[in-house]
Design a protein around this ligand. Structure first.
Ligand code: ADP
Ligand code: MG
Length: 574
């Protein structure tokens, strides 16, 4: 659109302007203190929802999730020094995930700098590694234009984090309003399209594929490309594989989804189209032995620097995923083509899906106690509302949960992501619950946490209860990190020796009653050990839309995922 402004009708121009102003920042998360309390108060006065969290880390995670879910950055407001360093975690995570985020940090008074001021720290410099843009406005008058620049940079091109530094003395300074030239907020990001010849070439490479595969990443989800990608899948009858957060762009239960044959699909495809998914560890770098040495990659991405990373792509399509998918669709509209549904490739994928699904179902049907992961997730899946947000983290909990818990809507799964960050879950769940509350009241957020992952931000239970967000937290509790020990073994271990000397690094206190962290603040808590108890508590929590709840689910402490065909599949997330 930006390429040729003359083609914009007045109406479209108006609606775009409306969009850009109506789409201003809606949510601010933070922990207040000197010198930023006034900023939070002012934001509330302007109608921005301010959510006070218990740690800046969780606040920055929440703000970044809002950015992913809404396409407009959430703001994280922090105090100087340690407040800011805690928030670096969320900035790094947002930048690695390519999600927009704006962090506003208070900092020490300018005239005390270098004297050893309270919480003095080189904040602007510290944030450079974690952001696309990091700056301190040179004067109060300059604040609006720096904010505008941060907003714009956070959502234009590849989205990411931005930092704005506000020295303590700014907060108390007075300013003549007339001297401020208010700068209107930026337009929505310009939409770029791929070169026509590259689109033609991509279509012809797809047509000539013997074993094609579409990989749908979280870039496609962020780009709202669901409608067009689904059309492409269905018009051309192509198999697709979502990445963890690409789940739901096309529903997981779509007939062309080959998630259950993930390894085979990646290993034997001869043409792979990447819709906003980087060839990093999540996709095994695009290299053998996980791929054919001569596989042809077609990369679609908004970031030119990404194109060609790790592999030499057959075709690169630089542009917005939604627009580029539309361009591809036009090619197949002009000259219709379908991948034959009776091909050997489809047969081989279907076979593998069937056997993998049968193996998980068998594990799920085990009635021995404590329950295993599969039993737990099959019961959860049975009751999961189709439109719910699924937030998930923990090693096995997230990996196994992903294969069983289905997503039917785009941008409805949030997890440890590109950076593999544990501790994001509760902040993400709070963000999703706020977005749900505003857009679609009654929509639920299910936060599936490992017991270790839960520990990183467990005190956010108070935040959840304070704002009465009806989140359902499931703690899948195996008494440890990856694995733990049962109570009897633990007792034996520490009987004659100090726990400090003998406790294995992976173990956590057995049978911890995490549900009491929820009840401490007035939410509902359940401690469950059997499938029946799990079913009953889930039913109750889903029926009660007025209260948050936590179900602490005891599972086999030594349980792990089902046997994998390849040793390289044993690392978390792979
Ligand atoms: P996943 O973890 O699902 O594999 P990644 O985070 O690795 O996904 O990749 C997402 C990619 O999507 C990034 O390379 C990013 O530049 C790209 N991207 C984000 N928004 C858009 C967009 N609107 N159009 C095209 N590409 C986008
Ligand atoms: Mg655990």
């Amino acid at each position: 659109l930006h390429g040729d402004p003359s083609c914009l009708t007045t109406e479209l121009r108006e609606s775009l302007t409306k969009l850009s102003t109506a789409g201003d920042v809606q949510y601010m998360f933070g922990v207040v203190g000197i010198p930023v309390t006034e900023i939070a108060l002012a934001a509330q006065e302007l109608g921005i929802r301010y959510i006070g969290m218990r740690n800046e880390q969780a606040a920055s995670y929440a703000a970044s999730a809002v950015g992913y879910l809404t396409g407009r950055p959430g703001v994280c407001l922090v105090v100087s020094g340690p407040g800011l360093t805690h928030a670096l975690a969320g900035m790094a995570n947002a930048n690695m995930n390519c999600w927009p985020l704006i962090v506003i940090g208070g900092s020490s008074e300018r005239n005390q700098e270098t004297l050893g001021a309270f919480q003095e720290f080189p904040q602007v410099e510290a944030c450079r590694l974690y952001s696309k843009f990091s700056a301190r406005p040179p004067s109060i008058e300059a604040i609006p234009s720096v904010i505008e620049k941060a907003m714009r940079i956070s959502i234009y091109g590849r989205p990411g984090a931005c930092y704005i530094d506000i020295p303590a003395d700014f907060v108390t300074l007075e300013v003549n309003m007339n001297s401020i030239k208010y700068k209107e907020c930026c337009m929505p990001p310009p939409i770029s399209m791929a070169e026509a010849s590259a689109v033609c070439l991509a279509a012809s490479v797809i047509r000539s594929a013997k074993q094609p595969l579409l990989v749908i990443g979280k870039g496609a989800a962020y780009a709202h490309a669901e409608e067009n990608i689904r059309k492409l899948v269905e018009h051309c009858k192509l198999p697709f594989l979502p990445t963890p957060m690409g789940k739901g762009v096309v529903p997981d239960n779509h007939a062309n989804c080959v998630s259950a044959a993930r390894s085979r699909a990646l290993q034997f495809a001869d043409v792979i189209v990447l819709f906003g998914a980087r060839l990093n560890w999540i996709l095994h770098f695009g290299l053998p032995p996980r791929y054919q040495p001569d596989v042809k990659f077609i990369q679609i991405d908004i970031c030119a620097e990404e194109l060609g990373n790790n592999v030499k792509p057959a075709v690169t399509l630089l542009g917005d995923i939604n627009a580029v998918t539309k361009q591809l669709l036009e090619q197949f509209d002009k000259t219709p083509w379908q991948y034959p549904p009776e091909s050997k490739w489809w047969k081989s994928l279907r076979e593998k899906m069937k056997s993998n699904e049968a193996a998980s179902k068998e594990l799920a049907s085990k009635t021995s106690l404590p329950m295993n992961y599969y039993t737990v997730f099959y019961h959860v899946q049975e009751q999961l509302p189709k439109d719910c947000f699924v937030v998930s983290e923990g090693a096995n909990t997230m990996d196994i949960g992903r294969t069983v818990l289905q997503n039917y809507l785009p941008r409805h799964r949030l997890d440890a992501g590109t950076f593999g960050t544990m501790g994001v879950g509760l902040g993400f769940a709070i963000a999703a619950a706020l977005v749900a509350k505003d857009r679609n009241p009654g929509q639920r957020v299910i936060c599936v946490e490992g017991d270790s992952a839960f520990g990183f931000s467990g005190m956010e239970m108070e935040t959840i209860c304070r704002y009465n967000l009806p989140i359902i937290v499931l703690v899948v509790n195996n008494n440890g990190i990856y694995q733990g020990f049962d109570a009897a073994t633990w007792k034996e271990m520490v009987k004659f020796q100090d726990a400090v000397t003998v406790a294995p690094p992976i173990c956590l206190l057995p049978n911890s009653h995490y549900e009491q962290v929820m009840t401490a603040f007035g939410g509902k808590g359940y401690f469950v050990q059997t499938p029946e108890e799990l079913q009953k508590s889930l039913k109750q929590t889903l029926e009660d839309t007025t209260k948050p709840s936590l179900i602490n689910i005891m599972i086999e402490p030594q349980g792990t995922r089902k046997a994998q065909d390849f040793h390289w599949l044993t690392r978390s997330n792979m």
